[in-house]
Write a protein that binds this ligand. Structure first.
Ligand code: CA
Length: 230
């Protein structure tokens, strides 16, 4: 298989060098960029399979880089993992909302990073479109989008329309973190007012109805929610 190209946009030289070293050792083909401008140019020219994007960059910051990557047709679909520092929750939320796929909080070990890269690349290869009406199956949980039906350990479970939409939205992309505002958009549409509380209340109700399978809806502190089937 052809080596996957990974672009690392990171202004801290030590971190960049370390990630570069670890990715090379794993058989990836990494390249580095130390500013947002450089990173955008590299993304355009090299067409990487995945981008690791530091949020705190001199000049154009990571959020803006992410927004521009998503806006350009040639980089609109490249998976992006943001690299963030502790306490940057507000930026993580903004990043996810302008289209980043995932994030990692520094410092992180190379094993964790490599696992995350693998999982994001795997997810990226799987099309969500065209799977519209296919039932989703997980341990003890079956979701039939065509029939708006959920089976918990084989038993049909009554969900409200909003609860069903929430569950299906998260379950289509296991492992992805969604912010509350992304969840509200998916469940109620773009113009619905977002209140953290309304999403949290919805999640509490859904978890309750799913019983012991309710654990699949994980709270990501300070950020939002994700579906986890592991
Ligand atoms: Ca930085």
């Amino acid at each position: 298989m052809k080596a996957r190209k990974i672009l690392i946009i990171e202004d801290e030289e030590d971190i960049l060098a370390l990630i570069h070293y670890n990715l090379t050792r794993e058989g990836y083909q990494p390249t580095g960029a130390m500013t947002g401008e450089e990173g955008l140019a590299a993304a355009r020219n090299q067409r990487p399979d995945l981008i690791l994007l530091d949020l705190m960059l001199p000049g154009i910051d990571g959020i803006e880089v992410c927004r521009r990557l998503r806006a350009a047709p040639e980089t609109a679909d490249v998976p992006i993992i943001m690299l963030t520092a502790k306490g940057e929750e507000a930026d993580i939320i903004r990043g996810l909302e302008v289209g980043a796929d995932d994030y990692m909080t520094k410092p992180f070990g190379s094993h964790v990073l490599l696992a995350r890269i693998k999982s994001v690349l795997r997810r990226a290869g799987r099309s969500v479109e065209g799977e519209q009406e296919k039932p989703l199956e997980f341990t003890g949980l079956m979701i039939h989008p065509g029939r708006n039906e959920v089976l918990v350990d084989g038993a049909a479970t009554e969900l409200t329309f909003s609860e069903f939409k929430l569950l299906y939205f998260l379950a289509r992309r296991p492992g992805w973190v969604f912010t509350r505002s992304q969840i509200v958009d998916a469940v109620h549409g773009q113009d619905y007012p977002v209140t953290d509380r309304s999403v949290d209340v919805l999640v509490v109700g859904l978890r309750k109805k799913l019983g012991k399978r309710g654990r699949v809806i994980e709270t990501v502190r300070g950020i939002g929610y994700r579906f986890s089937d592991s």
